[in-house]
Design a binder for this molecule. Structure first.
Ligand code: ZN
Ligand code: ZN
Length: 452
């Protein structure tokens, strides 16, 4: 018997959590958290109590109530009895929380496999944002690289790199007793590393899969212009060229392609890219795996921003030991304020405070993060605050962004090329749209099993 059970990622973008069972082998593909996790029952100060374990999550069916999966500690206040796990592996496609966010719940003896870069990113984000990202303890965490062949009982799992909005993203080809199953993870092919996705598609096609789990984040969005990373770089370059003050850019720190687009715009316009200490730490930890990244300690085109702290004199003791590492390449608001046109500065929401010291004049701001987030009603409050700060300092607002996901045309092409026997749409709000592209589509249902 070969089957797939879907504990998330059905009819929704994210929350991927798929159990593959094949002749005694049980593995999970991703173990993520839905973007809407807990939204129906919790709001603001009303948040689930988690110190005692998973009982609140079980109460509202927020996570599947399955024995032999969670760790002992998580079950102590629940009526689910702890059982030794019968799961041989959890494979994580990439570091985003909708794919890895619930790892902290599982039994620490279950082996967890992830790409080397994914592991690095998770480690550095845990160091910086412990309360947001913590995958818990795992006694058996193994790293893989593209093309490895990993044996789990009789199964053979091959991760292949894909391009996405975060480095270290993978799709998988899984050899089962029934034939090959392909799982795309999240992917795109309109950026500088489209070659990675193309390699995955080719290998997936050659495996002649009996089934493919295919993401479809942008299956419905064929109306707007589909920007490429190259176009984003061009737009950032044009805005920077025309700006008479400091240019501020907002984008995810884990989005290395986007960083490179801004960095290249800086070089073209003879500006210095300013990043804060957190961003410096992230780039430095990724450099080992991504050689095109500049050296944040030495690169002449980069300065590391130090915020004003306790003594107001920028002394070592004002900062954490890991931040002090970057002091040799330090910049403060004073230098930027003196010569604002010389800099392009990365700006996080939590760092908006710096504007008070920078006092920007004739500045431009480029919002270069998910439109989905920016336009989403649930984020209206944050959006208003961004806009109020911009208005207050008379900063011109621009948008330049492209998605981390393949658009409808690219998805269509991918499905046509790989041509699986059965197509299973996941990570999409419009799974039924896939029926227009393939003759044998099975729509997955949450907590239900599909026999292959
Ligand atoms: Zn995702
Ligand atoms: Zn993702």
């Amino acid at each position: 018997m070969t089957s797939l059970t879907f504990y998330g990622g059905t009819g929704e973008i994210g929350g991927n959590k798929f159990l593959l069972k094949d002749k005694g082998a049980n593995i999970y593909l991703d173990f993520g958290e839905s973007f809407t996790f807990g939204q129906d029952f919790f709001y603001n100060y009303l948040s689930p109590r988690t110190v005692n374990g998973l009982e609140v999550y079980f109460e509202f069916n927020m996570i599947p109530k399955i024995s032999g999966l969670y760790n002992k500690d998580m079950l102590k206040a629940t009526n689910l009895k702890y059982q030794k796990p019968n799961i041989q592996a959890v494979f994580i496609s990439h570091s985003h929380s909708d794919h890895a966010g619930h790892l902290s719940f599982i039994d620490e003896d279950i082996p967890v496999y992830m790409g080397h870069c994914t592991h690095k990113l998770i480690d550095v984000y845990t160091k910086l944002y412990k309360s947001f990202q913590d995958i818990g303890t795992h006694n058996n965490l193994k790293e893989f690289k593209s093309g490895d062949k990993i044996k789990i009982k009789h199964l053979e799992i091959t991760p292949i790199h894909v391009e996405h909005s975060v480095p270290g993203a993978y799709g998988f080809i899984i050899k089962t007793s029934k034939g090959n199953i392909v799982y795309t993870g999240d992917f795109r092919m309109h950026g500088p590393r489209a070659d990675l996705t193309k390699e995955f598609i080719k290998k997936a096609r050659d495996s002649k899969p009996i089934a493919m789990l295919c993401e479809g984040t942008r299956m419905s969005s064929d109306v707007e212009h589909n920007y490429t990373e190259e176009e984003v770089e061009k737009k950032v370059n044009e805005i920077t060229k025309a700006s008479k003050g400091t240019v501020f850019g907002h984008f995810a720190m884990s989005n290395v392609d986007r960083f490179m687009s801004f960095y290249k715009a800086c070089i073209k316009n003879k500006r210095i890219m300013v990043i804060d200490t957190r961003f410096a730490l992230i780039l430095e930890s990724l450099k080992e795996h991504i050689s095109i990244l500049p050296d944040v300690r030495k690169d002449k085109n980069i300065k590391v921003y130090f915020r004003i702290a306790k003594t107001c004199t920028f002394q070592e003791k004002d900062y954490s030991p890991w931040e002090r590492e970057y002091m040799k390449n330090m910049i403060t608001y004073k230098e930027i304020k003196k010569n604002p046109k010389k800099y392009l500065m990365h700006m996080r929401f939590a760092a908006l405070m710096e504007m008070v010291y920078l006092q920007p004049k004739s500045s431009d701001f480029i919002y270069s993060s998910s439109e989905h987030f920016y336009e989403g009603e649930e984020n209206l409050e944050e959006r208003t605050i961004w806009e109020n700060w911009m208005k207050h300092f008379k900063i011109t607002f621009h948008k330049a962004h492209c998605s981390g996901h393949a658009d409808k045309a690219a998805l269509t092409e991918t499905i046509k090329t790989i041509n699986p026997k059965v197509l299973i749409p996941i990570h999409t709000q419009v799974p039924e749209e896939f029926k227009k592209l393939h003759k044998n589509v099975i729509l997955p249902v949450k907590n239900k099993t599909i026999e292959l």
